[in-house]
Design a protein around this ligand. Structure first.
Ligand code: FES
Ligand code: FES
Length: 195
């Protein structure tokens, strides 16, 4: 089975809320003088997420998913299985799709990350988001953000052909417990050429 989600590390455990603090340009949170030394047992990482530069002091076992949800309060990205099997946690890192539950935050110094919150622009949904709405492509919505992150990658990829079969296979790492697959496929295909 050829799926798009890319797992960068499988051994990560632990909660970000227990092991990290962050500082951001003018954002709420624990403001930190960036010239201070990182807290004991943590490493300072700086990355860009949804266009904003963030600096975090993270313990070695903090996973990216927890850092995104718990420390940066970007809760659109969901924790489903926490084992790289469902795709609910998918985000883009440097233009690729990854399972953020299988990636350590400390590995992302200098990276560019996009979550579902970064897809839309003020007052305008991303074409994939609009297509999901237009095609009733979600029920409970829990898998939806991960589905959208994979879908935007699939539609932008030159290596995945446009057939229904190829799209299904590329998105097969995203599990929907509601079984909304038929409408998800219709939404993805209708957004083709608009991303
Ligand atoms: S929560 Fe990451 S793949 Fe399921
Ligand atoms: S819409 Fe409920 S899990 Fe997919």
């Amino acid at each position: 089975m050829k799926t798009v989600g890319m797992s960068s590390l499988a051994a990560a455990t632990g909660g970000a809320g227990l092991g990290s603090s962050w500082a951001a340009d003018g954002a709420a949170g624990v403001n930190r003088d960036s010239t201070d030394a990182p807290a004991d047992g943590t490493t300072r990482v700086t990355f860009k997420i949804n266009g904003q530069t963030k600096q975090m002091d993270v313990a070695p076992n903090v996973i990216l998913l927890d850092a995104i949800r718990d420390d940066l309060a970007l809760t659109g990205t969901k924790k489903g299985c926490d084992h790289g099997q469902c795709g609910a946690c998918n985000v883009h890192v440097n233009g690729r799709v990854i399972n953020s539950c299988l990636s350590l935050a400390v590995m992302h110094d200098g990276d560019e990350i996009t979550t579902v919150e970064g897809l839309s622009e003020p007052g305008r949904l991303h074409p994939v988001q609009q297509a999901f709405l237009d095609h009733d492509a979600y029920q409970c919505g829990y898998c939806t953000s991960g589905q959208m992150m994979t879908a935007t990658y699939v539609l932008a990829s030159e290596h995945i052909d446009s057939s229904d079969e190829a799209v299904r296979e590329a998105m097969s790492g995203n599990i929907c417990r509601c079984g909304a697959y038929k409408n998800i496929l219709a939404a993805v295909q209708s957004a083709r050429g608009k991303v």
